[in-house]
Design a protein around this ligand. Structure first.
Ligand SMILES: [Zn+2]
Length: 322
């Protein structure tokens, strides 16, 4: 194979059905050169047998987003550093129930070898339809996992009534409005998956302070100014900023796509065209306990101050670029 090794992170709270999802959905048709890494908080391999003929690489007795970070890094470096023939084309990492997926995503960026040889395909988070409401009310990690997800898979919908399944989808969409939602058994009604974000009024105590706002700007934004503003925002409020996603018009040929999870900002992707869209900027913030109403004014003030400095170069300080 050529090109970077694809990496899929599968997170989700304890008992949500991560292993079942990998075994049933990701592995069939994945090809021989897919490697599964299984991380367990406990000591042993309890579910590895589900993977059948391709036994997973096991990291047990700790969590690869925190106390077993180095072990995961060493394993990934070993896998991607192999000769082309021996190297997997796809690595699926099943995280512990408590893990923050974005921390592993950050590891892939921080390490020079992994940054060059891997590409994060997706963060998939599996949630248990029956237990989701209670889990969210008790465990902050579960909220953060959903906020970090590119795709959420709702499991156990075959074990609950349709109202409970709909409730689970609504809870997911309340936290992460434009995330893709699937049923593990193909049993979330398709119309739910395609619906616009639901207006949820009763999502329980835990998600009550989760707020989402989307800002739209018709005029192009100055890339350096926006970058500086976002950096300041993330450094000051990263813990309360669960997720940030943006398509920015910098006046170029195409938009710049940006994605941040808590204080982890992924490298921007510059697209070469707008593919028929009218150029504009759109950014979505998902936060817990952050006053989102002031964001727009803050960015506008920042742009304005920069424009004044640019018009009067004598007052302009040293500019650093990231
Ligand atoms: Zn951890």
């Amino acid at each position: 194979m050529t090109g970077p090794v694809q990496v899929t992170l599968v997170g989700g709270f304890l008992g949500a059905g991560k292993t079942t999802y990998i075994a049933r959905r990701l592995l069939p048709g994945a090809g021989d050169s897919t490697c599964v890494v299984l991380n367990e908080l406990g000591r042993g391999d309890t579910e590895g047998s589900l993977f059948g003929a391709s036994p997973p690489r096991l990291i047990a007795g700790g969590c690869v987003c925190c106390d077993r970070r180095d072990e995961l890094k060493a394993l990934l470096r070993n896998l991607v550093g192999r000769t082309r023939a021996a190297r997997p084309s796809h690595i699926i990492i099943e995280l512990t129930g408590m893990a923050h997926p974005e921390r592993i995503a950050q590891q892939l960026i921080d390490d020079p070898l992994l940054r060059y040889h891997t590409a994060l395909r997706a963060i998939v988070v599996v949630v248990d339809a029956l237990a989701l409401r209670q889990t969210l009310s008790r465990h902050h990690e579960a909220v953060a996992q959903i906020a970090a997800a590119d795709r959420v898979v709702v499991s156990k919908t075959d074990l609950c009534d349709p109202a409970t399944a709909s409730d689970a989808v609504a809870l997911v969409r309340h936290i992460n409005p434009d995330v893709g939602v699937d049923g593990l058994a193909g049993d979330v009604p398709p119309k739910l998956s395609d619906e616009a974000p639901l207006a949820v009024t009763n999502t329980g105590a835990h998600t009550a302070d989760v707020r989402t706002v989307t800002l739209e700007f018709c005029q192009p934004l100055t890339w350096q100014v926006f970058g500086a503003w976002l950096t300041l925002l993330v450094h000051a409020h990263g813990e309360r900023l669960l997720r940030f996603k943006a398509r920015i018009d910098t006046g170029g040929e195409g938009p710049v796509l940006l994605d941040a999870v808590q204080d982890v900002v992924h490298p921007p992707r510059h697209l070469v065209s707008w593919s028929g869209l009218t150029p504009s900027s759109s950014m979505t913030f998902i936060s817990r306990g952050l006053d989102l109403t002031r964001l727009e004014a803050s960015l506008t003030t920042f742009e304005h101050a920069f424009a004044q400095l640019a018009a009067d170069p004598g007052r302009r300080g040293h500019q650093s670029s990231r």
